[in-house]
Write a protein that binds this ligand. Structure first.
Ligand code: SAH
Length: 205
């Protein structure tokens, strides 16, 4: 997976590559899908959620340019895999999930994979961020929004980075917002397709 799907497609961050080599991805995938754990595709995990394709997880993590000392907010815990990746790359991770069953699943998967002490899983609407632990040096959003929610931009440190899929319900651009010196710049890292961000600042039902 790391060689064929990540290195050959241009993922260069050695810490991201090493982390994805270490994390037991099969532990974050439903029992019946275990044989697909390292395949080049997203996997359905129930309750309308998918664990992202490995390349997308790597691209998002690389875009945050983490050095190891950061506090990171992960919006959309799902299986907990991305939170595990962020745990490997930063000092502290807060992972927020809006679906109770998935928050429980993420917490369970993270505990069994040995990440319990490094991550806090919160049940709540991450489209409004999570102010008690803000500001964040980096924020990673795993669900698509019509635009980058204001509360997330506000809860970002200066300097800080936010990665989020922005666009329509059908397809999006993976946007990287960089806060620095009081200014906000933005670039597109890739085209992508994520499940919708729900909640106050997301897609209303
Ligand atoms: N990062 C996950 C993939 C999550 S898929 C992993 O590695 O497995 C997107 C997740 O975002 C889903 O679990 C969905 O329930 C969650 N989600 C959608 N809207 C949300 C919101 N407003 N706050 C928190 N989580 C949300």
């Amino acid at each position: 997976m790391v060689e064929m799907q990540l290195r050959r497609r241009g993922i260069r961050d050695q810490r991201v590559l090493a982390a994805m080599e270490r994390i037991p991805r099969e532990q974050f995938v439903p029992e019946r899908e275990r044989s697909l754990a390292y395949s080049d595709a997203p996997i359905y995990i129930g309750s309308g959620a998918t664990i992202s394709q490995p390349y997308m997880a790597a691209l998002m993590a690389e875009a945050l340019d983490l050095g190891g000392g950061e506090t990171v907010l992960d919006v959309g815990s799902g299986s907990g895999y991305h939170a595990a990746l962020l745990c490997e790359l930063a000092r502290r991770v807060i992972s927020i999930e809006i679906v109770p069953e998935l928050a429980a699943l993420a917490e369970d998967n993270l505990r069994r994979a040995g990440y319990a002490g490094r991550v806090l899983v919160v049940l709540g609407d991450g489209s409004a961020g999570f102010s008690p632990e803000s500001p964040y040096d980096a924020i990673s959003v795993a669900a698509a929004a019509p635009e980058a929610p204001r509360p997330l931009v506000d809860q970002l440190n200066d300097p800080g980075r936010l990665v989020i899929p922005v666009g329509s319900l059908e397809d999006q651009d993976l946007r990287v917002l960089v806060k620095g010196g009081g200014r906000l710049t933005s670039r597109i890292a890739s085209h992508c397709r994520f499940v919708p961000l729900r909640g106050e600042q997301g897609w209303r039902p």
